[in-house]
Design a protein around this ligand. Structure first.
Ligand SMILES: C[C@@H](N)C(=O)N[C@H](C)C(=O)O
Ligand SMILES: [Zn+2]
Length: 215
């Protein structure tokens, strides 16, 4: 769960993330479970980066985006994109499907999963589209870019992504499509389960066990 850590495009923990917890609507969670069963049989596992996202977190993104001076994380997360274009180019939304509870950002890891090294704030940043051996190494199979890499290379069907990386993106997209998720063409990691249970509701409760206990 990236947004409770400082290893994200803002470089700080995001408002509204109190615990590293994946909250989803029941249909989305059950569908994800079915996808996980399919992958486990092939020696893989899903790994989620973000699930339900409170509106206050999205508002934090919007405040950050307005401060064009703060480009601390640009070298890793959006080296080629002007910060002022992150929303207009479709990489971040002011009203996000994540806040409706049926959207998830995720990847696939090969089992047994390797541990990921901790991100150390202030460490040298490497562009998220650098080869897998050079960019920040999480334990995802190679998708051609890292997570939240705001770049056209992250577009799921970008023709420059071929071979194993393209096959890995297809494995993720096809596995999730089979259980009812639709991919966002700009981001290989972003999927929405359809039909949405709350198509018009943007929730704002914090990401914590307290918010969901008893529901
Ligand atoms: C910020 C990124 N992880 C993401 O989820 N982008 C989409 C467009 C969103 O904000 O809904
Ligand atoms: Zn997303």
């Amino acid at each position: 769960m990236r947004y409770i850590t400082p290893h994200n495009f803002m470089g700080e923990r995001v408002d509204g993330y109190d615990q590293p917890l994946c909250i989803l609507t029941r249909p989305a969670a059950r569908a994800l479970q079915r996808a996980q069963w399919k992958l486990l049989r092939q020696g893989y596992s899903l790994k989620v980066y973000d699930c339900y996202r409170p509106q206050r977190a999205v508002d934090h993104f919007v405040r950050w985006a307005k401060d064009l001076e703060d480009e601390a994380m640009k070298p890793e997360f959006y080296p080629q994109v002007d910060k002022s274009r992150l929303f207009t180019d479709g990489y971040i939304a002011e009203k996000s499907g994540h806040s409706r509870g049926s959207t998830v950002d995720l990847t696939i890891v090969k089992l047994p999963a390797k541990p990921t090294r901790p991100y150390v704030p202030g460490e040298k940043l490497v562009p998220c589209y650098a080869p897998q051996g050079e960019r920040f190494r999480d334990n995802s199979i190679d998708m051609g870019t890292g997570y939240d890499c705001f770049d056209t290379l992250s577009h799921t069907d970008d023709p420059r992504v071929q071979g194993e990386q393209r096959a890995n993106r297809q494995l993720l997209k096809n596995t999730l499509a089979d259980v009812g998720f639709t991919n966002l063409p700009e981001e290989w990691w972003h999927f929405t389960h359809k039909p949405e249970v709350f198509p018009d509701t943007y929730f704002d409760f914090p990401v914590s066990w307290r918010s969901v206990a008893g529901h």
